[in-house]
Design a protein around this ligand. Structure first.
Ligand code: GLY
Length: 376
């Protein structure tokens, strides 16, 4: 047990207790002037607040947290039943930490069947003839129809999981097709990554890499690189295909090699360095979870294990000592960025940063791993 991690987790618990009262039936997304902008459950990020609630309940056993997690999970179920605001690849982000978590913790049958229904919703975006999961927009959209996004590597665990619980291989086949396409086209020869990639939606011919939130089309948006580290590690967990493990490790080493001295990533690795460059603490929190996930498969005496472990511990030390917020703040860590290039919350609280910071603390302190796969 580490006193430092326990203290950081306890600080999160007390913020969550206050936030439950402030947010009521709303959901936090990103902040402006240190106050979370709330929404009624129409964004891609809503699962993270629910996942925070399930994690603090799992850690503490406090029924106040369970009550709130149940209420929020019901709101997520309503959204699914009404098919509201689900025209996105982000279905895994929405339903793994909400209904998926409830199934894992409570063995609640409705939560399980809704999580499978969420996987079915994600399958509607699978374009089998070209092996992609369409990121955004309706089918056949002239601009978005053949476009993929690296973030989706964190949504395919929903498909892997659905195959395991239904014994229907179709979900797994889609997840593998996407992971293979992502590996081939989003990961570049030097182990950096494109954020998104366009294909001809009829023939599958590759067209070009492009960014959405990064500095430029050819740059490496650090959160995208972190999604790749963690996403390929999870794909390895489900498939045991060593290519995914190697890709996760290669992208992890690239990430580590580009970090500044304090080991907290800037928002893009290719932004010209100057004193005003902004960090993205959420990229480092996500990467920390990915490093921890990878450690399971590495020899403790290997150079790679030592590199990942020391980066994990040192970067979490920095997040705790320099990025964690003061008592009474809504966010758990500061200096995340949503989309610097679009001027959207460029240096703020971001709810996924809070989620992965807590997941990383719990991984280190209790060896719990969020809800991306079942552990029992
Ligand atoms: N999935 C969108 C983002 O990471 O900002």
């Amino acid at each position: 047990m580490s006193e430092q991690y326990v203290k950081a987790i306890e600080e999160v618990l007390s913020k969550v207790e206050k936030n439950i009262i402030t947010y009521e039936e709303q959901f936090p997304h990103t902040s402006n002037d240190k106050v979370y902008e709330l929404n009624p459950n129409d964004n891609w990020t809503n699962g993270f607040w629910v996942g925070i609630l399930w994690q603090v309940y799992e850690y503490s056993g406090n029924l106040l947290f369970k009550h709130s997690a149940d209420e929020k999970t019901d709101q997520m179920i309503n959204r699914l039943d009404q098919n509201r605001d689900l025209d996105t690849h982000d279905i895994g982000f929405l339903y793994i930490p909400s209904t998926g978590a409830k199934w894992q913790l409570e063995k609640d049958i409705e939560a399980k069947s809704k999580t499978i229904a969420a996987a079915d919703r994600l399958m509607q975006r699978y374009r089998e003839h070209i092996g992609i999961i369409q990121a955004w927009g309706p089918p056949n959209d002239p601009e978005q129809g053949g476009r993929i996004i690296i973030d989706c590597l964190m949504n395919i665990p929903l498909l892997f999981w659905a195959s395991e619980v239904t014994n229907d291989n179709k979900y797994r086949e889609a997840a593998i097709a996407f992971a293979d396409t992502a590996r081939r086209y989003l990961v570049r020869g030097d182990d950096s990554t494109y954020h998104t990639f366009y294909f001809d939606q009829e023939t599958g011919q590759p067209i070009r890499g492009a960014t959405q939130q990064g500095y430029s089309d050819g740059s490496t948006w650090t959160r995208g690189q972190a999604w790749a580290i963690y996403g390929f590690a999870l794909a390895y967990r489900y498939t045991k295909n060593r290519l995914y493990l190697e890709t996760s490790l290669r992208t992890a080493k690239y990430f580590i090699n580009q970090l500044p001295d304090n080991l907290i990533a800037h928002w893009d690795f290719d932004v010209p360095l100057d004193k005003n460059i902004k960090p993205d603490s959420s990229a480092s929190a996500i990467a920390a979870c990915g490093f921890h996930e990878l450690l399971d498969w590495l020899d403790k005496n290997s150079k790679e294990y030592k590199l990942l472990y020391s980066t994990l511990v040192k970067s979490m030390d920095t997040l705790i000592s320099e990025y964690a917020t003061e008592e009474g703040s809504q966010g758990f860590i500061d200096h995340g960025s949503y989309s610097v290039r679009e001027g959207k919350s460029p240096d703020d609280y971001v709810i996924w940063g809070d989620y992965f910071y807590l997941e990383a603390l719990l991984r280190l302190e209790t060896n719990k791993r969020g809800y991306w796969y079942e552990t029992n």
